[in-house]
Design a protein around this ligand. Structure first.
Ligand code: HEC
Ligand code: HEC
Ligand code: HEC
Ligand code: HEC
Ligand code: HEC
Length: 385
């Protein structure tokens, strides 16, 4: 059990802050103030809130997606605690000829969603009003993967990573009957035409690929030879993303950009930095393999890219360049402005390659999360057709 750094506070500094701190029922007066100051002081809520103000969890606007019952489990405070509390399954349930995805919240929970806050991960806050309220975390349980309708599970040795992976996991590709597709066919019948789902601009695995790549679970694993890097078992997401702060990274900013404090710990690395060749070579290798994969996928278009080039940075983010009146109005395929060119027929292996491209690109770590797995996944995908 963790204890708070803030318990060693200077009481005088704290009294000031608390002049407006009204205790809840039964906790009024001096006692309440003392219990409140355990956390409501510059070193605990003060310091963490300043770090947290730099977090995309706080700054991001995606919590607004939490008004949708299928987005809320990962995008809103209430939706996340709903799926944790109810242990909401990730299975697909058959109703006659169609299927529904169980991983949703009820409509009331999706109303007026709140952003991810201290109370989302530290769900016991304000229950005993002691230091103990920060832990346990809201969940550290193994994470059945929604992408696979529960047939695969992410379970990190360092269980705090399961908290992050509950949200930072990919989403399912679904067929027209609503069921999750059988990804194993992408490998077992690689040369058959892909007919398991329709294909549109947004078809794919969504953004939260990190949990899957870091755990080495859930890529479309062509061929064999897969293994995991040391990071999978030895590090938690928190080791790197909540390391001793440096610049605008670390701690409760959850950012690791440019912060190597988490790497340089006993039993890990001693001189890791942005110029260390182990680091630069890993990133360069994955970037180059990703670029090769994008080129190989794009070549299927016979002169027109298959993947959309994002206008903001001219990179392929994994979206498919199919016309979508609102989201991709300049997309080439199926665009009436270009004579409605038919999207090329893909094989199962080629569609699987697009999913793997999305997983690795959107993971965003360029091999740092799990180099061995990422490298093998890309190599085997490059030779899958
Ligand atoms: C175990 C730590 C802890 C203790 C003890 C604690 N709080 Fe909090 N409280 C927090 C955190 C964390 C937040 C959210 C961050 C912030 O608003 O600074 C919070 C937020 C609040 C808020 C803002 C509204 C809200 O719910 O977000 C109020 C009001 C509040 N606390 C009152 C109290 C009072 C009164 C006491 C003492 C009876 C108390 N707290 C004791 C951790 C604690
Ligand atoms: C309740 C779901 C949830 C949990 C739990 C969660 N995240 Fe996130 N995380 C998100 C969402 C959603 C975003 C994007 C927010 C936005 O853009 O509005 C995000 C953004 C991030 C980002 C910024 C990504 C970027 O594009 O810059 C990092 C880094 C991150 N999370 C790391 C973590 C770590 C580490 C943990 C575990 C300690 C964690 N997250 C736990 C949902 C979650
Ligand atoms: C299984 C969890 C999960 C579900 C369900 C989910 N998302 Fe997300 N989403 C995430 C995570 C995690 C991120 C941030 C990943 C990152 O930044 O690398 C994200 C990012 C996003 C972003 C990008 C935010 C940005 O900063 O650019 C949008 C938009 C978004 N989601 C919309 C949706 C919508 C709409 C739905 C429902 C149809 C949905 N999401 C369902 C986990 C989820
Ligand atoms: C996305 C999940 C998440 C959110 C949001 C979050 N925390 Fe944490 N917090 C964690 C995790 C995980 C740890 C454990 C870190 C570790 O093991 O190194 C932690 C640790 C802590 C600790 C004790 C260890 C330390 O770093 O001193 C405190 C105090 C704390 N958080 C306060 C807060 C406050 C205050 C907020 C809101 C401003 C907040 N947390 C928001 C996930 C979160
Ligand atoms: C060994 C250290 C390490 C571990 C462990 C780790 N990360 Fe990362 N992560 C990184 C690095 C380095 C990057 C790339 C950051 C950059 O270049 O700005 C990254 C990128 C990310 C991003 C994308 C951020 C962005 O700016 O686009 C998210 C989100 C993320 N990690 C979440 C997680 C989650 C969730 C876990 C646990 C399942 C995890 N990470 C485990 C080091 C780590």
């Amino acid at each position: 059990m963790k204890t708070l750094t803030g318990s060693t506070l200077i009481a005088a500094a704290v009294a000031l802050l608390l002049s407006s701190c009204e205790g809840p029922m039964g906790m009024a007066g001096k006692d309440a103030n003392e219990s409140c100051t355990k956390c409501h002081n510059p070193e605990v809520t003060g310091a963490k809130s300043i770090e947290y103000a730099h977090s995309v969890h706080y700054e991001g606007e995606a919590f607004e997606e939490g008004t949708r019952t299928n987005c809320a489990p990962c995008h809103s405070h209430q939706g996340f605690l709903y799926v944790v509390k109810n242990n909401t399954p990730v299975t697909f349930v058959q109703n006659g000829s169609s299927y529904t995805n169980s991983y949703v919240v009820n409509a009331a929970t999706a109303s007026l969603p709140g952003p991810i806050s201290c109370f989302t991960c530290h769900s016991s806050l304000h229950s005993t009003y002691t230091d103990e309220d920060f832990f346990p975390l809201a969940t550290t349980a193994a994470v059945p993967m929604t992408m696979y309708g529960g047939s695969k599970t992410i379970n990190f040795t360092q269980t705090s990573a399961n908290l992050c992976a509950k949200c930072h996991q990919p989403r399912p590709v679904t067929a027209s009957n609503g069921n999750v597709i059988d990804y194993s066919l992408l490998k077992s019948s690689p040369t058959s035409n892909y007919t398991l789902s329709s294909v549109s601009y947004r078809t794919g695995v969504h953004y939260g690929a990190q949990g899957a790549i870091a755990a080495g679970v859930g890529g479309v694993e062509f061929g064999s030879g897969y293994s995991n890097a040391q990071h999978t078992s030895k590090a938690s997401c928190t080791t790197c993303h909540m390391a001793q702060p440096s610049g605008l990274s670390g701690g409760h900013s959850f950012s690791v950009a440019g912060n190597f404090n988490g790497c340089n710990a006993t039993g890990c690395h001693s001189n890791m930095s942005s110029t260390n060749t182990t680091y630069t070579a890993t990133v360069a290798d994955i970037q180059s393999k990703l670029d090769q994969l994008a080129a190989k996928i794009n070549a299927l278009g016979g002169g027109h890219d298959i993947l959309q080039k994002d206008p903001s940075d001219n990179k392929y983010h994994g979206y498919i360049d199919i016309y979508d009146a609102s989201a991709n109005p300049t997309g080439y395929w199926k665009n009436p402005a270009y004579g409605t060119p038919a999207f090329p027929t893909l094989t199962n292996a080629q569609f699987g390659a697009i999913l793997n491209y999305q997983l690795v690109y959107r993971d965003g770590s360029k091999g740092i999360h799990n180099y061995a797995y990422t490298k093998k996944l890309l190599e085997n995908t490059l030779s899958a057709w």
